[in-house]
Design a protein around this ligand. Structure first.
Ligand SMILES: Nc1ncnc2c1ncn2[C@@H]1O[C@H](COP(=O)(O)OP(=O)(O)OP(=O)(O)O)[C@@H](O)[C@H]1O
Ligand SMILES: [Mg+2]
Length: 260
């Protein structure tokens, strides 16, 4: 049972208290603006729904403040950790979102305003997480989504969220590269998805194991952009692993990934 008593007002006060405890630097007006935006009335009501549905029990602290949204660590009433990604509804990147959604048969007929598009975007990320998970591509397991909010498995330890691949010295880069290439192959063959923004920024390291994140823009392999996105993903990986002295042959990997 979630420990939510006292209805929305009490919930609002709890969130206030949490937010104060994050010690957002008072001078950092960007952070302050961000939190004012994330915790506007609309989002508070959406988060409240996740509380009252028993999906989460408390938002612990922000993990990341990105261009498109904020990621928070949260906890269930059983004490399990989750990650909660809340997309901004007022960013300029929505033009880019439109072109990924158009051309995706799953979202045929979806047009219109930015707010609507972002709700679709979050549901797209959720569905992509499902497809990747089913295809045994390691991504955070999806837990729930509601409007512009995606709740998923938290990658990391009690002490800290998992670092980006960019920020760690890999013990066994060859292993990590081959796992990632295998994930791209499974993604393509089994999930019929191309990540589309794969880089050392969107891979978290769970110990020695890579976990791919940020799949909102991932498209079906039959999307008109899919092949170009795949080439970019493989090229990014080749570029990154070159730093470790690995020589990934992009053309050969593309053949492996596409092989029927
Ligand atoms: N499931 C998760 N578990 C732990 N940390 C996560 C999880 N998902 C995201 N993060 C953290 O939040 C950051 C941003 O997540 P993500 O890349 O999905 O969002 P984004 O909107 O693309 O943000 P950015 O613009 O910063 O890339 C990640 O770099 C990672 O540090
Ligand atoms: Mg990202």
């Amino acid at each position: 049972m979630p420990r939510v008593g006292g209805g929305f007002r009490e919930f609002e006060r709890r969130i206030e208290r949490e937010r104060d405890s994050w010690k957002v630097r008072k001078k950092d007006s960007d952070d302050r603006k961000t939190y004012a935006e994330v915790f506007d009335k609309r989002n508070l009501l959406r988060i409240y729904k996740l509380f009252s549905d028993g999906v989460i029990d408390m938002i612990d602290f922000p993990i990341s403040t990105g261009k498109e949204g904020n990621v928070f660590r949260a906890m269930t009433s059983d004490g399990d950790l989750l990650a909660v990604k809340i997309y901004r509804t007022s960013t300029a990147t929505f033009r880019d979102m439109a072109k990924y959604i158009q051309g995706d048969p799953r979202f045929e007929g979806v047009t219109g305003n930015r707010r609507k598009l972002i709700l679709v975007w979050a549901s797209k990320e959720y569905r992509n997480l499902m497809r990747f998970t089913k295809a045994k591509v390691r991504v955070p397991e999806p837990v729930a989504h509601h409007d512009n909010i995606v709740v998923m498995e938290y990658i990391g330890t009690e002490a800290s969220p998992a670092p980006m691949m960019k920020n760690v010295a890999l013990d066994d880069p060859e292993h990590v590269a081959s796992v990632l290439l295998e994930y791209m192959r499974r993604g393509y063959q089994d999930a019929e998805l191309v990540h589309g923004d794969l880089s050392e920024y969107n891979v978290l390291m769970d110990g020695n194991d890579p976990v791919i994140i940020d799949v909102g823009q991932s498209v079906l392999t039959r999307h008109p952009f899919a092949e170009d996105m795949l080439v970019r993903d493989v090229t990014n990986m080749a570029r990154f692993f070159r730093k470790y002295g690995l020589n990934i042959d992009v053309e050969q990997q593309l053949r492996e990934i596409r092989k029927r």
